[in-house]
Design a protein around this ligand. Structure first.
Ligand SMILES: Nc1ncnc2c1ncn2[C@@H]1O[C@H](COP(=O)(O)OP(=O)(O)O)[C@@H](O)[C@H]1O
Ligand SMILES: [Mg+2]
Length: 258
């Protein structure tokens, strides 16, 4: 059974339909890339999965359980998904220590963390994203962009998710640190058995991390398939145009992958 299954999803903002009949699956322990030009509806799919966008029709299931609606079951299913946002600069409260920000994420966990255990868990989470646990009391401004993205990843992991949705998590970062964040996600996936929906407008980044790719345009999936097969020989001109948009980074990413 798929970890995450999106079935014929429609999302409307007022009269504007942002997502029109999207279906996709993330098999357990795999990474599925969702790519498409800006405005194609990628973030709307992500937001709908965690209850932050108005689902008009369709379903979003976690291991078979629907996440739609207000039932206890739906809420519990939604909590098994954690969303990591694009911008590590605005995602963290500048006045809150990074340890406290990560501890906030513990609330989403189905496990209870008594106060005395919280500090240890935060330290463990910082180590998991390769940051020094001794820095838990520092404010976000003491950290670089890449380090802040690691902190937002730690906060997402605090909820003990089975599914991570990473929405443009490298887009705000320098090219030099993008690869390190991708490698961290791959490593965490293996260690924690995560299933990942990896959203990006950048096909080079998606190629590096995804087992399968879905290509989105104007609220619809226009093609989907195994990463290599699809990106080596896309059927859609639209996908070819997306590939052409990132040739230089594409070569670099391929080198680091090899
Ligand atoms: N909160 C919102 N209210 C109204 N329209 C929105 C909202 N969020 C996104 N949209 C619209 O939905 C469409 C898809 O946006 P989005 O999902 O953010 O695309 P992407 O992430 O692929 O760039 C766009 O036309 C965007 O303007
Ligand atoms: Mg987006």
């Amino acid at each position: 059974m798929s970890a995450l299954r999106i079935e014929n999803l429609y999302v409307r903002y007022g009269r504007r339909e942002a997502v029109s009949g999207v279906s996709l699956e993330v098999p357990a322990g795999r990474t599925v890339g969702l790519v498409g030009e800006s405005g194609s509806g990628k973030s709307t799919v992500a937001n709908a999965a965690v209850g932050l966008a108005p689902v008009h029709a369709g379903d979003i299931r976690v291991h078979g359980t629907s996440t739609i609606g207000r039932s206890t079951q739906a809420r519990a299913a939604r909590r098994r998904i954690q969303l990591i946002f694009q911008d590590p600069f605005s995602a963290l409260d500048p006045r809150m220590s990074v340890g406290d920000s990560i501890a906030e994420g513990l609330i989403a966990s189905s496990r209870a963390y008594p106060r005395a255990e919280r500090r240890d868990r935060v330290a463990e989470l910082l180590r998991q994203v390769e940051l020094d646990p001794a820095r838990a009391d520092e404010l976000p401004r003491a950290f670089s962009g890449g380090q802040r993205q690691r902190i937002t990843i730690a906060r997402a992991l605090a909820g003990d998710p089975e599914i991570l949705i990473a929405d443009e998590v490298t887009s705000a970062l320098d090219v030099s640190v993008q690869g390190a964040i991708l490698n961290l996600l791959r490593e965490l996936q293996g260690r924690l058995d995560l299933s990942i929906l990896f959203i990006s407008h950048n096909l080079a980044v998606v190629r590096y991390i995804s087992d399968e790719v879905c290509v989105m345009r104007h609220g619809r999936i226009v093609e989907a398939g195994p990463t290599e097969a699809l990106l080596d020989d896309p059927a859609e001109e639209y996908t070819r145009d997306l590939l052409d948009a990132v040739p230089v980074l594409g070569r670099r990413m391929d080198l680091s992958a090899g």
